[in-house]
Design a protein. Structure first.
Length: 145
């Protein structure tokens, strides 16, 4: 398997979160960690210097490159939280549910497989939990253990 640039590290996620600045981002990172743990049932691990990931799956890109990556995760960035939710892009049904849930979420932006949230007060946390669960279940269907 080719070496990925972003891979698990030995850093404890709790230590990383404890150093997040400013304090509001740190508290929100703790809240996101608790939510991801609740939904996934997984203990987190650090991926690279700033991504907290839950679970692992292996896949092969169209190029033939084999990679291991987290099933879900987030990074408490300075400007906004980046949530990594791939399931809605791997599973058409989950993608449709994701789109319906995004309509109810609140204030956010999206990237390819990222959901960007400035602050947790901007979103409905129950809807966010449903989004994470929807994507986690889609990843389990697409990439079973």
């Amino acid at each position: 398997m080719a070496e990925a640039k972003t891979k698990p590290t030995g850093v404890e996620p709790e230590d990383f979160i404890a150093a997040v600045e400013p304090e509001r981002k740190r508290e929100e990172a703790r809240e996101l960690d608790a939510l991801f743990r609740k939904v996934t049932g997984e203990a987190p691990q650090m991926w690279g210097p700033s991504i907290i990931g839950y679970g692992v799956y292996e896949t092969t890109y169209a190029s033939g490159r084999d990679v291991a990556w987290m099933r879900a995760g987030f990074s408490p960035r300075k400007a906004k939280h980046s949530l990594y939710l791939m399931g809605g892009y791997c599973d058409e049904e989950a993608g449709e549910r994701r789109d319906a849930l995004l309509d109810k979420l609140g204030k956010y932006k999206t990237g390819k497989s990222c959901l960007y949230i400035n602050k947790l007060a901007d979103v409905d946390m129950d809807v966010l939990e449903q989004l994470i669960r929807n994507d986690w279940e889609a990843m389990a269907r697409t990439y079973p253990d």
